[in-house]
Design a protein around this ligand. Sequence first.
Ligand code: RB5
Length: 156
Amino acid sequence: MKIAIASDHAGYKLKEYLKKVLEKEGYEVVDLGTHSSESVDYPDYAAKLAKLVSKNLVERGILICGTGIGMSIAANKFPGVRAAVCWSEETAALSRRHNDANILCLGGRVLKLEEAAKILKIWLSTEFDGGRHSRRIQKIKKIEEELYKSRLLTSF
Ligand code: RB5
């Protein structure tokens, strides 16, 4: 599976750690930066990664900032993106089972490295439940389609 990963300065250390975890597990990892702890703006990195997921150029994405929140707000502007902030193994599993999340957002300032690695592994190995949850995902898709049709949003 091809996975993209990106962070801002607050998530840099955790990104480097999780990149190694992913490579060790045999995933093909696309690192979109940032490449140091120098201050940058999280929306720039969320956009780079969310575009790839939105266009189906990678199957999944991992975004890391201080809390995961800014990254998720920015990434969810892109059609087809379902970015979820997860802070425990349970929220990670449910974001896959119920929401079919395709981007995992993590907080480098609020999670320990090992804790984040456990969350990531659960998130990658949990399948979408489908069933009634598919109907809800379809409703989200319909909202996007209507926004694009009404030109409140335009394609990027
Ligand atoms: C950067 O200081 C911080 O605001 C950012 O990493 C993120 O947590 C925003 O949601």
